[in-house]
Unconditional design. Structure first.
Length: 175
């Protein structure tokens, strides 16, 4: 099992630097210069199987990384959307932090306990993260991953309490 440490965002500048969305509480350790990190990317994307950290810095609260294998902006652009991962198990985290790997496969139930679907992913957003659900009718829907809309994350299920009609918005495009 691999753990996502970060997702690569857009290039920053001309020398191969990229923004990253962190999924680790230990970026200073995980992204130390010389660290070799495995990658996960779409097949055929051309992203190397591993990248070596050449430099790190924080600019306006955003982590920026460069890699020995990526010399310029064109190469950095090709990394967009790739995940930096590590093998192993998740460290102990507080009850407010969840890895995507912990959520995928969990049953999704509404507040009455009725099964509404299965968690298939977690999309990281600039303003908020979204839980990706495959509803029981096969439709993919998204629920903001906020305490008042996902009030319970248990070992075998999540409870979702979306606004009335949210799932109908996703079904409209499939009829």
């Amino acid at each position: 099992m691999s753990l996502v440490l970060a997702r690569i965002g857009k290039p920053h500048g001309l020398r191969g630097e990229v923004t990253v969305r962190l999924h680790t509480d230990e970026p200073e350790t995980r992204f130390a210069v010389g660290a070799v990190l495995e990658t996960e990317a779409d097949p055929g994307s051309g992203v190397p199987k591993a990248l070596t950290i050449a430099s790190t810095r924080v600019h306006n609260g955003v982590w920026l990384l460069t890699f020995e294998e990526i010399p310029d902006r064109t190469g950095a652009e090709s990394l967009r959307g790739a995940r930096l991962v590590t093998s192993g198990t998740a460290p102990a985290v507080d009850d407010e932090a969840f890895y995507e790997e912990d959520l995928v496969g969990l049953e999704a139930r509404d507040v009455s306990g009725a099964v509404v679907g299965t968690v298939t992913g977690l999309e990281i957003g600039a303003a908020q993260d979204r839980l990706v659900l495959r509803l029981t009718d096969g439709v993919t829907a998204y629920v903001p991953f906020m305490r008042h809309m996902v009030p319970v994350v248990a070992e075998d299920h999540v409870v979702v309490d979306p606004p009335a009609g949210l799932f109908d918005l996703y079904r409209e495009g499939t009829e």
